[in-house]
Structures are given as structure tokens and as C-alpha cells.
Ligand binder design. Structure first.
Ligand SMILES: [Zn+2]
Length: 399
């Protein structure tokens, strides 16, 4: 279908550049061949389009791992009775912006009215262009927990969480999202407060395991993280306040961690979006210990993934939130290669797509971006993306 020639392929697993290659993506949208440019272009099939990358770096499409496409700013304007069509339009616009920013896949971890599951269905039928979506549907919250007022699913006790989680999975959710502590979103709320019992966490984990999937936890502090680790949660988000013992326990279980550093370091963006003052102050006050926790996680060599908590294509200080997060993780001490893996190959492991997404390899999906500068020299080179390709289709090009 399409051949991308004269590419310098970035191997994000080994951290090396493979020079002078051509990448062929077939009708199914998968990479069918990677070979020498000269040889592949001499064997063009009829109707095949050639795109000359002229020595640009070819990088896997980005995978953003903690997204809310339907979120309303400020949070207090969330209408729990909103018509699902309105939620879907808002989410579709954010999804489309993310795709244009190079995010060809995203993992959503709570969408009002299960907008993520609706968009995925619309996209499969060809009615909508957006990233590949791995969705949680609605998050499940205790009635007075972090999800209060956020149009979540609400539950109590083992049976309540088991039933609520089973309901999201039956609707097509790929994983289950819970809140094991408070957060920073609301006045008077604190990430230091655990808010689920052992039984409640176990109910969610049981439902997820019965469907062959996993639970992702909004996790503010150490004690609740250790509780959830013990009960089988494998994906942790935020970690605003984590101690050494906790990151060691996370490492021992080889779980995933999305620090979402941009949540506590995007003041200008929050102001521009009309966030209320208590939310802004909560975020800024947590920012120092949040960074210290992320640094502990980096030192302990946890599997780090890129999550924004915001629509990942939203511009923060002029760059898409997902890249803002990548640069923050890099500045916090994550190596260049691991920073790049956090938004490609490690992210693919998290969503259990390591054999089809997150790398440029034969048999993988044809999700690609092209850049002028080498991201292995400096991740900041991701600021200038000249081409976005999803399943072999050109989404955006300035070549
Ligand atoms: Zn979130």
C-alpha cells in the first residue's frame, strides 16, 4: 500500500539507529517488509505509493497511557447527566488532536458515559479518525471517593466492586480503573488518604482477572500502594507520596508506574483552562514530593510509562501534554532511552500489545512518526514531527 524510503529507523528497544531502510506497510495496515531502500523501491507493487523520508528518523507512533478525553475543566462543571452524544463529541475532538500530535494509541482510564468505548466502535466502523483506544470505560469509585462528582461508576464492598467492574468489562473495557486514595482535584481532598478496603480492591481484581486483564489504580500514597500490590493491582498512577520501601515493593512485583508529573507542574495551563484556585494550590503544593517520589521510582528502575492525566494532545506551554510529560520524566533523571521507551515499547507492554505496537518491526502495526532530529541524541527532537502515519495511512504530513 505504502513504502517509506530512506528512513533512519529508531530501534527503541536496543537504542540504535538502522540506516537507509525502507518500510513497506501492506493493505492490512501492518509492516510487511523492512529492507534496503534501493531493493524495496525496485520491487514496487502496482498502485503502491512511495514516500521519501530523505534521511529522516522513523520512530514508532506514540502511546499515551493515562488519558481522560471526556474530562471537563474546571472539574466542578462536570454534568453527571450530560447527554452521551455531547460527551462523545468533546472526546472525539481531543482524540483527533492527540492523533495529529503523533499519539497513535492511547490508554484511557475513565471516560464519562464510556466515551472511549463508543469512540473505539465508531473508529472501527470508519466514522471517526483517532488513536487506537484501550479503554477502562468508567472508573469505579467509592461513593465519597476521588471519583465523586466525576460521572464514574460508584460501588461499595466486595460484591459492589466485583459487579461494577464486571459491568464495564461486559461493555468492552480493556482494563479496570479504581481510586485507592484521594487526589488533588478538589478542595479539601488529599492524596494521603486511602479510600478502599481490601475487599473492595479484591472485588475489582477478581473481575479483571476473570476477563484476563488487570486493574489500574489512581494511587496517591505508600500505604495504599502496598495494600493494592498485595491484592494484585499491577498498574499504578501518580504516586504523589512514595517512600523507598514502597518503590522497592513495586520493583519486586515488576508493576508499571505512570508518574503523570505534568499534573503538578503545569500552572499556566491550569490557569488558562480555568481551574479553580484550590485545585491549582493542591497541585503546586504536591509538586516537590511528587518529583521526589518519581526520582525514587527512576532509581529503583520501575517500568515507567507516559501518562498525562490530561488530553495528551492538549498544548501545555506550546507542546502536546504527552511530550511535556516525556521531557519532565527525562529531566527527573530517566535515561533518554527509557524516556523514549515509556511512550513506545514499555507502554505497549502495559497495554499487552508488545507484539504489535511500540516498535518498528515486520508484523507490527504501521504506526509511525518521522522526525528531522535523532531522538536518541535528545528527546527534545520529538518537538518537530514532520509525518504521522497510522496503520499505513498518512494522518498529517509536512514533507
Ligand atoms: Zn487520571
Amino acid at each position: 500500500m505504502r513504502v517509506f524510503t530512506n528512513a533512519r529507523i529508531v530501534d527503541v528497544v536496543d537504542g540504535r539507529i538502522i540506516e537507509g531502510k525502507a518500510v513497506r506497510v501492506d493493505k492490512s495496515g501492518k509492516i510487511s517488509e523492512i529492507g534496503e531502500s534501493v531493493r524495496v523501491t525496485s520491487s514496487l507493487e502496482r498502485g503502491e505509493e512511495v514516500i521519501d523520508l530523505d534521511g529522516r528518523y522513523l520512530f514508532p507512533g506514540l502511546i499515551s497511557c493515562h488519558t481522560h478525553l471526556s474530562v471537563v475543566f474546571p472539574f466542578s462543571l462536570t454534568d453527571p447527566n450530560e447527554n452521551p452524544a455531547v460527551t462523545a463529541y468533546r472526546s472525539a475532538q481531543r482524540a483527533n488532536e492527540a492523533l495529529k500530535a503523533g499519539i497513535t494509541t492511547l490508554r484511557s482510564v475513565h471516560e464519562q458515559n464510556q466515551a472511549d468505548l463508543m469512540l473505539r466502535a465508531a473508529s472501527k466502523s470508519g466514522w471517526f479518525e483517532g488513536p487506537r483506544i484501550f479503554g477502562a470505560g468508567r472508573a469505579i469509585s467509592t461513593p465519597d471517593g476521588h471519583g465523586k462528582g466525576g460521572a464514574c461508576s460508584y460501588a461499595k464492598d466486595f460484591d459492589g466492586f466485583y459487579r461494577a467492574a464486571s459491568e464495564e468489562l461486559a461493555a468492552g473495557a480493556d482494563h479496570i480503573k479504581i481510586f485507592i486514595t484521594g487526589g488533588l482535584a478538589h478542595a479539601g481532598e488529599s492524596p494521603d488518604v486511602p479510600e478502599m478496603t481490601d475487599d473492595e480492591i479484591s472485588g475489582a481484581v477478581k473481575a479483571a482477572e476473570e476477563h484476563g486483564t488487570y486493574v489500574v489504580a489512581h494511587a496517591g500514597e505508600s500505604k495504599a500502594i502496598q495494600q493494592a500490590l498485595r491484592l494484585g493491582v499491577t498498574s499504578f498512577e501518580h504516586g504523589y507520596v512514595m517512600d523507598q520501601e514502597t518503590v522497592d515493593a513495586m520493583k519486586a512485583k515488576n508493576v508499571f508506574y505512570s508518574p503523570t508529573l505534568c499534573v503538578t507542574r503545569s500552572e499556566s495551563w491550569m490557569r488558562a483552562k480555568g481551574f479553580e484556585e484550590p485545585s491549582i494550590q493542591n497541585a503546586l503544593k504536591a509538586s516537590e514530593r511528587h518529583l521526589a517520589s518519581a526520582k525514587l521510582a527512576i532509581k529503583a528502575d520501575l517500568r515507567m510509562t507516559n501518562g498525562t492525566d490530561y488530553p495528551p494532545g492538549d498544548l501545555v506551554d506550546g507542546i502536546p501534554a504527552a511530550l511535556h510529560e516525556l521531557f519532565l520524566m527525562h529531566d527527573a533523571g530517566l535515561s533518554t532511552l527509557k524516556s523514549l521507551q515509556s511512550i513506545t515499547s514499555t507502554a505497549a507492554q502495559l497495554i499487552r500489545q508488545e507484539n504489535s505496537l511500540g516498535q518498528i518491526r515486520e508484523g507490527f502495526e504501521g504506526d509511525l512518526i518521522a522526525l528531522e532530529g535523532n531522538p536518541l541524541d535528545d528527546p527534545q527532537n520529538l518537538r518537530k514531527i514532520d509525518l504521522v502515519v497510522q496503520a499505513g495511512r498518512v494522518i498529517r504530513s509536512s514533507l
